[in-house]
Design a binder for this molecule. Structure first.
Ligand code: EPU
Length: 426
């Protein structure tokens, strides 16, 4: 196993290029199961999670070939409908094959993903929605066994909470259903919009993109896709916060600032100066001088898009440990997403957790000290990287396979920004 070593206290400066979004790539790769033929996906990040999804597809009889960031996927020979436990347990998003397999083969056997470090994360919305479309779902031996005779039948589906992968799974299931399906209280995340665009490009008829009400008029056949993955808004936010936390200034390129409405306003509220163009974001320190002024403690509450993303909660908390005054971080999406708190405390952060709220007592710039810490999940790990970059001295982060699930070329990108960071064997 590898660990990440950071010699902190260096201001990050310069430019960093953002990759395609992990959470858009995963459903878009799954959607290639819907239509036989050769699909072309562009701007696909090369990550542990995208590799896992391709392995899962290979297991189903689907071939793929990567050339740079372009992925060709030929799903003509799809034969199996089974997503086994060994693959699903390493990546919850494997459940995204359920909808497309049912639409294409009329059957799917997908291992239940189980809980994970950030919460229980059930898939009851996915299952209930499929049943409303006429699918029979049996839960046996840790698997969902789902079957349908003929085509699914359009229906109205309402989510108690807007679920991202739930919306995506049901979109993929319903595009070829008979009649019209309406998903109410659908997730509005940009990754869902990316999937809607891909499916409409394949011949689907989906209305209501970027709204909480998606109307899907079923079609009989779909064509292979040719589609680009949107920039990763969580990677974008992570680098903006990392640059800011080290007292540096820099530009994040090949991103989409309109996908980060809440984060950019929260960064501005701390005093940071944020400038946007269509595809870049520049972050500068508050007082505009070479010496960084302390950031203002700022509260956040995570909520579904366009609210503040839960996937950027841990990173913002790391930034707030360096701000002046008190800030409150409310997590409303997942019940256990404060695993990074104990690790940030090892670097000297003053944080108290009370239920779904973490109260951070900021210690102003460079108030953290390097330490040995452990990565617990993907986004928690990136908050430890941010804290380690801002801290003085050496930080060692073990279990960095979590980071490799979602950050393409992390070490190279940080090194290009001036960070002293490298991997070592544990
Ligand atoms: N929920 C249910 N039942 C369901 C589905 C969801 O109760 O059947 C609840 C969840 O427990 C949670 C809420 O609904 O409280 C929203 O969860 P959602 O279904 O939206 O999460 P997800 O689709 O499993 C995606 C991202 C996560 C991200 C969340 C929230 C992908 C592949 N994953 O997960 O990304 O945190 O949306 O925005 O898109 C990450 O990238 O690190 C990551 C965890």
């Amino acid at each position: 196993m590898e660990k990440l070593i950071i010699e902190g206290g260096v201001k990050l400066e310069g430019e960093v290029r953002i990759s395609g979004a992990k959470n858009a790539a995963l459903p878009l790769i799954a959607a290639t199961l819907l239509a036989p033929g050769e699909h072309v996906l562009k701007n696909v990040p090369d990550l542990r999670d995208t590799r896992t999804m391709l392995k899962l597809l290979e297991n189903l009889g689907v071939r793929s070939e990567r050339n740079g960031d372009v992925l060709k996927i030929d799903s003509t020979d799809l034969e199996s409908g089974e997503a086994p436990y060994d693959l699903v347990k390493t990546m919850r998003a494997s459940v995204l094959v359920l909808g497309p397999l049912l639409a294409r083969l009329g059957r799917a056997r997908v291992s239940l993903p189980g809980g994970c470090a950030i919460g229980a994360r059930p898939i009851n919305y996915h299952i209930n929605g499929l049943e409303l479309l006429g699918v029979t779902c049996d839960l046996e031996g840790g698997y969902v066994d789902a079957t349908i005779d003929g085509r699914m039948k359009g229906n109205t589906i309402y989510f108690d909470l807007p679920s991202v992968t739930g919306t995506e799974n049901l979109l993929m299931a319903a595009v070829q259903a008979e009649g019209t399906t309406v998903i109410k209280n659908a997730a509005r995340e940009p990754e869902v919009g990316n999937l809607v665009d891909m499916l409409n490009g394949m011949g689907a008829r989906i209305e209501g993109r970027d709204t909480d009400r998606l109307t899907i008029h079923g079609v009989e056949n779909l064509n292979p896709a040719n589609c680009a993955i949107i920039p990763d808004r969580i990677e974008t936010g992570t680098y903006l916060i990392a640059i800011a936390a080290t007292g540096g200034e820099g530009v994040v390129t090949h991103c989409n600032p309109s996908h980060l409405p809440s984060l950019l306003e929260k960064l501005r509220a701390t005093g940071l100066r944020i400038e946007e163009t269509e595809s870049t974001i520049t972050v500068r320190q508050p007082n505009g001088s070479a010496t960084p002024g302390p950031l203002k403690g700022t509260d956040i509450t995570t909520s579904p898009y366009p609210g503040y993303p839960t996937d950027l909660q841990a990173q913002f908390m790391a930034l707030m440990t360096l701000a002046s005054g008190i800030s409150a971080v409310h997590e409303t999406i997942f019940e256990n997403r404060f695993m990074h708190v104990a690790e940030l405390q090892r670097l000297g952060a003053k944080i108290k957790v009370d239920g779904h709220t973490a109260v951070v007592d900021g210690c102003s710039m460079n108030g953290l000290n390097g330490a040995r810490v452990m990565a617990t999940d993907l986004r928690a790990s990136s908050s430890l990287v941010i804290a380690g970059l801002a801290a003085s001295g050496r930080t060692e982060i073990s279990r960095i396979y979590h980071l490799e699930r979602g950050y393409e070329g992390l070490v190279d990108k940080l090194t290009a920004l001036g960070a002293r960071v490298w991997k070592e064997q544990e």
